[in-house]
Structures are given as structure tokens and as C-alpha cells.
Design a protein around this ligand. Structure first.
Ligand SMILES: Cc1cc2nc3c(=O)[nH]c(=O)nc-3n(C[C@H](O)[C@H](O)[C@H](O)COP(=O)(O)OP(=O)(O)OC[C@H]3O[C@@H](n4cnc5c(N)ncnc54)[C@H](O)[C@@H]3O)c2cc1C
Length: 431
């Protein structure tokens, strides 16, 4: 019998997806997580007795692998607020896809849209048609800015650029047109279900990590939280992990951390210096989420709205998605000019921004919270080299949102890489 024990380093969405898929194939798996909270960059945060996420997350219907894993681990459909694709900027734009097969879902949305001229609607249809005819292939070095060059200004600034920031967390001038085209192919270019917006109604640790750990517990899997792995030493019978108190050698180890944490672990093996160096060189982008709790009586016109003025690009009404009434989460993607700004000043700026966007006075928030993830995602630039799941050391694997894939750094990219690792291990062990 082949020795199939697997150690996974990191209980983010990638590591847990890998572990769940291995456990589904009856492979014994142990997950080591340095934090006491599972979920990594998609986790719950408890601050001043309030329960919020480290950042507002949005899923789309095209996240098929995450959807499968959520079903497998027992997620109820009620845990996700499922909405038709809706782009809403108060007083400026309203485009809502209809529950119809493609391309009628979008065609109906465009026909009934508010805030777009007929010329703009036609330009959008023509542009999407061109992309489709080109099979969503664009020159590898092209930026989103260049891809959008011929689009009317309204479409660029109110639709495509905010979508690029939301999906790629990279400014259109630096973002990869190919990855953006991939996202459009699998969402707008697919069917009405694929372009649906899914907003978690539970916190991000309860959405998948907790059910995943429960699933593992019923299949001889283990999750050790508060257990960092400090180094990996290759040996003749597998890998020794510094920080693993069992002292055993592991035939397979999956490094499922962010790239900047994977780099020192890879360097500790002394066998993959080039890979370690390339991961530490991956550029990153921040995301700031500003929570403003206005209390009862305050809501947004939709669960999620676009904002046409800076600094935030999107605002979410948590009260419409299982959260307390009047709690608004505003998201600032890929911008760092406000990082040095004092939190109170940033909250005041967001308060003014929301009042401007909604065209009405808002009460002073009962409480507010700013959470900045300085290295939220890798910067999704054209031609970026992303590593494969296999490392130069047989038995040592990489999983994470940065691993080579069609997708930008998203929950879907993370879980797909984890599942791909699991399948490679399963195939190699002949189980
Ligand atoms: C603010 C914010 C908003 C976002 N919004 C969206 C969104 O709307 N939609 C979307 O799809 N994606 C979004 N993302 C991206 C998404 O959260 C990430 O792509 C995804 O969570 C990455 O998962 P991962 O498992 O690859 O890595 P991580 O989540 O980083 O998980 C790695 C885990 O490894 C652990 N670890 C690190 N080093 C060690 C060690 N030495 N030993 C043990 N454990 C270790 C870490 O503690 C962590 O738990 C957002 C990200 C942020 C930060």
C-alpha cells in the first residue's frame, strides 16, 4: 500500500478545499494553521465584541468548484444571498439581468437598463460580441485599459473599470486584459446563473472553513489551529515539518499559504531557491473594507451598489444579507493612497461619499471599523508568471489563489488549486 498521508499547511480556502477533496478520497490528511481562526484572507474577525469579516466578499455563480465544495460540506442555500447580476449606481445607472437563458438574460437587462443611451447599449453588445468571436483571447501583454479603449466613457467608468477592480483587484491601467476576458467569458458570456451575484449571509469562517473542518473530522482528517509550520526538511522517507509535534515524516506536503508565506517555507527546503524567489517577488495589492453601522432605518437601494465617486468603489448593505440592519460595508480595492490616513478621517470621508452617492443625509454611525489587508491579492498584471501546483521536489505541492489558473486571486481560484493538488496526489498514489 502506498503511504498516502498528507500534511496541508494553511487552513484558508485553498488548503481546506485540498483537505476536503483528499478526505473525500479516503486519504488521511492533517491541516496545520498558524492562526487560531480558519479562513486566511477570508475569515471572521471579532473586534470590540462585534463579528465582522476581514473584508466584504462577493461570489459569482461561475464559482462552480466552490459551490460544489459548499454543497459537499453541508452549506445551506440560505447561507448565500443569490441575486441576479445587478449594476446599480444611485441616480446614474441601473442594469439588472433577467432570469433567462444567455444571451437573453443580458439582452433583457440592457433593454430595460436606465442611465445608458442606445448608442452605449449597442457599443456594449458589439464589444461583448467581438470578445466572444475571438473566443475571449486577447494579446497576453494587453492591459484592461487598452482592451476598453474603444468603449464609450460611461461604460468604461461606470461598468467595466469598477468590475475590473472588483474582480482583479488591480487598476485597469495595470490589469491583465486576458484574465479580465476570462472572468467575462465565465460570467456575462455564460448563462444567467453564472453571472448571478452571491453574497455570504454568514461570516466567511462559518461559510466554508468550519463545515470543512467538520467534514474532515468525520473522515479521519484533522485541523490543528494555532500551529505554525516554520520549516520543511526533505528526507529519504518524506518531509519533516518544524512545528509538527508528531515528529512524523510526510510523503506529501501541500503548502497552501499566501505566496509571501510560501516563499520562506520553500526556501527552508534548500531545494527550490528560484521558485521561492519568484513567489516573494509577486507584486501585491491592498483592499480596505470600511464598516459603517448606521442602525435601523438606513439601507441601500440594492444589496450591492456601485459608487461613482472616490474612494470606495462598491458598498454592500449587510442588513439585506443576514447582517444587522443599517450596517454598510464599503470596499476600496487596489488603492493605497488612503492607507496612511487615520481611520476616523477615512470613516468620515466614506460617510460623506455615501451621502453624496445616495443624495441624502445619513445619521452619524453608531460604530465604524476599518480593516485593511495590505497584501489582499497578487497584482493581476499582464504576462504575470504564476507557478504550477507541482514544485521541483516530488511530494511537495503548492495551492493558493496565486497558482497558475485562468482566474484572478479569488476564492474560486484558491479552491480550484486545492482540488487540483488533491487530484494530483490521488492520481500519484493510485487510490
Ligand atoms: C479584503 C479582501 C477582499 C476580498 N474580496 C474577494 C471577493 O469579493 N471575492 C473573491 O472571490 N475573493 C476575494 N478576495 C480574495 C480571497 O479572499 C483570496 O483569494 C482567498 O481567500 C485566498 O485563499 P488562499 O487559501 O489561497 O490563501 P489564504 O487565505 O491566505 O490562506 C492561507 C492560510 O495559511 C496560513 N498560514 C500562513 N503561513 C503558515 C504557516 N507557516 N503555517 C501554518 N499556516 C500558515 C494563514 O494563516 C492562512 O490561514 C478578497 C481578499 C481580501 C483580503
Amino acid at each position: 500500500m502506498a503511504d498516502t498521508r498528507v500534511a496541508v499547511i494553511g487552513a484558508g480556502y485553498a488548503g481546506l478545499a485540498c483537505a476536503v477533496e483528499l478526505a473525500r478520497h479516503d486519504i488521511p490528511v492533517t491541516v496545520f494553521e498558524r492562526s487560531l481562526t480558519m479562513g486566511g484572507r477570508a475569515r471572521v474577525v471579532r473586534k470590540n465584541e462585534r463579528v465582522i469579516d476581514n473584508g466584504q466578499h462577493l461570489l459569482i455563480g461561475a464559482y462552480t468548484e466552490l459551490a460544489r465544495l459548499l454543497r459537499l460540506t453541508g452549506c445551506s442555500p440560505r447561507q448565500l444571498e443569490r441575486l441576479p447580476l445587478t449594476l446599480h449606481i444611485a441616480g446614474k445607472l441601473r442594469l439588472k439581468a433577467a432570469p433567462l437563458p444567455a444571451p437573453f438574460h443580458l439582452a433583457f437587462g440592457l433593454l430595460t437598463a436606465r442611465g445608458l443611451s442606445w448608442r452605449e447599449r449597442l457599443a456594449m453588445v458589439r464589444w461583448l460580441g467581438q470578445l466572444k468571436r475571438a473566443h475571449y483571447r486577447v494579446p497576453p501583454e494587453m492591459t484592461v485599459d487598452a482592451l476598453l479603449a474603444a468603449q464609450p466613457a460611461t461604460l468604461r467608468t461606470q461598468i467595466w473599470e469598477p468590475l475590473c477592480l472588483a474582480a482583479l483587484n488591480t487598476a485597469p491601467a495595470q490589469a491583465s486584459a486576458q484574465v479580465f476576458a476570462n472572468v467575462l467569458r465565465d460570467s456575462l458570456g455564460a448563462n444567467a446563473t453564472a453571472s448571478e451575484l452571491l453574497i455570504p449571509r454568514v461570516d466567511l469562517t462559518d461559510l466554508f472553513p468550519v463545515p470543512a473542518a467538520r467534514y474532515l473530522a468525520t473522515r479521519h482528517g484533522e485541523v490543528h489551529t494555532g500551529n505554525a509550520i516554520r520549516a520543511i526538511t526533505p528526507g529519504t522517507d518524506g518531509f519533516q515539518l518544524e512545528g509538527d509535534t508528531s515528529g512524523q515524516s510526510w510523503p506529501h506536503v501541500v503548502i497552501a499559504t499566501a505566496p509571501y508565506h510560501a516563499a520562506p517555507l520553500l526556501a527552508s527546503t534548500a531545494a527550490c531557491p528560484d521558485l521561492a524567489a519568484s513567489l516573494s517577488a509577486l507584486p501585491c495589492e491592498p483592499i480596505t473594507t470600511v464598516y459603517l453601522a448606521f442602525g435601523a432605518g438606513v439601507s441601500l437601494p440594492e444589496a450591492m451598489i456601485g459608487l461613482s465617486t472616490p474612494p470606495a468603489q462598491w458598498a454592500f448593505d449587510r442588513g439585506r444579507c443576514g447582517g444587522p440592519e443599517g450596517l454598510i460595508a464599503a470596499v476600496i480595492s487596489a488603492h493605497d493612497e488612503h492607507l496612511a490616513q487615520d481611520h476616523a478621517a477615512l470613516c468620515a470621508r466614506l460617510h460623506t461619499q455615501l451621502e453624496t452617492e445616495l443624495g441624502r443625509k445619513l445619521p452619524a454611525p453608531q460604530w465604524s471599523q476599518v480593516i485593511t489587508e495590505k497584501r489582499a491579492t497578487f497584482a493581476c498584471r499582464p504576462g504575470l508568471e504564476r507557478p504550477p501546483i507541482a514544485t521541483p521536489l516530488p511530494g511537495l505541492w503548492l495551492a493558493g489563489d496565486y497558482v497558475a489558473s485562468d482566474y484572478p486571486a479569488t476564492l474560486e481560484a484558491a479552491v480550484r488549486s486545492g482540488v487540483a493538488c488533491a487530484h494530483a496526489i490521488v492520481a500519484g498514489t493510485g487510490v
